[in-house]
Design a protein around this ligand. Structure first.
Ligand code: CAA
Length: 259
């Protein structure tokens, strides 16, 4: 399927799909159609048996500079309610396969929120993260106040959300927002390296493990522990569990099939 605002390569590398935001003149501002395309693409890649990990990226200048301000400018609250502006973000959260954001340049507002909705973030040294909505008289609406606070803690989140200040990739790394910082020339390669590691694991265990880590953000400890335990037990219904443990005993690399 071809899209207007994103480029999708389901076979970018073995088992790795790439979704590239493609509105370079607008710094990949996230208009509604782009997000609908993203929703559809992620849904399809989740269904694609060949894909084990998804990378979302932009270009060197911008991952995404936020929701499209020009499109939002004249909206009323009822427009937003009817459009359900952020419903498409839910699909990203619901994607069962791991998603890595490969970020260079601006990741602002909805762009920062999009990256935070992914499972891991690899950034180039030039990346800048921020929630500058306050400067245009609004506030984050696609998870910024929640995910940022959980990732970096109250002090820095409050400062970023209330002043709109950007943080560098190095500061984002130090504060726990992202996984890696690498030179700009290799940020996508580095995301691929990480994706390859993920792809070597059992897809069944990966899915259950991702679900369980996400549960930690959405439940109390007891409920999370209970959920984790059930998912742990469920791993033992897979052939991958048998293969993984047999391979360990036989001192060889496991061949996981995802069943
Ligand atoms: N929406 C729409 N268009 C945008 C945009 C956005 N979020 N960000 C950049 N653009 C457009 C600019 O209007 C400009 O278009 P024209 O050439 O037609 O004028 C083009 O992209 C290039 O941008 P600049 O000329 O401004 O580039 P710069 O290098 O001088 O500045 C920037 C870069 C600091 C990122 C600046 O563009 C900027 O501040 N952008 C807005 C960032 C922002 O406020 N994001 C939050 C949006 S609200 C949101 O995301 C809500 C939510 O929670 C989901």
């Amino acid at each position: 399927m071809s899209y207007e605002y994103i480029l999708v390569d389901p076979q970018f590398k073995t088992h790795i799909a790439l979704v590239r935001l493609n509105r370079p003149k607008e710094l990949n501002a996230l208009n509604l159609q782009l997000m609908l395309e993203m929703k559809q693409a992620l849904h399809d890649l989740d269904e694609d048996e060949n894909v084990r990990c998804i990378i979302i990226t932009g270009n060197e200048q911008a991952f995404a500079a936020g929701a499209d301000i020009k499109q939002m400018e004249s909206r009323t609250p009822i427009d937003l309610l009817k459009i359900d502006q952020f419903e498409t973000w839910d699909q990203i959260r619901k994607t069962k396969k791991p998603i890595i954001a490969a970020v260079s340049g601006f990741a602002l507002g909805g762009g920062c929120e999009l990256a935070m909705t992914c499972d891991m973030i690899v950034a180039s040294e030039t990346a800048k993260f921020g929630q500058p909505e306050i400067k245009i008289g609004i506030m984050p609406g696609a998870g910024g106040t929640q995910r940022l606070t959980r990732a970096v803690g109250k002090a820095l989140a409050m400062e970023m959300v209330l002043t709109g200040k950007f943080i560098s990739a190095e500061e984002a790394l130090r504060s726990g927002l992202i996984n890696k910082v690498v030179p700009e020339e290799v940020y996508l390669d580095e995301a691929v390296k990480l994706a390859k590691e993920v792809c070597q694991m059992s897809p069944v265990a990966t899915r259950l493990a991702k679900e369980s880590v996400n549960k930690a953000f959405e439940s109390g400890l007891q409920e999370g522990l209970f959920f984790e335990r059930k998912n742990f037990y469920m791993c033992f219904s897979s052939n991958d569990q048998k293969e993984g443990m047999k391979a360990f005993v036989e001192k060889r690399i496991p061949d996981f099939k995802g069943n």
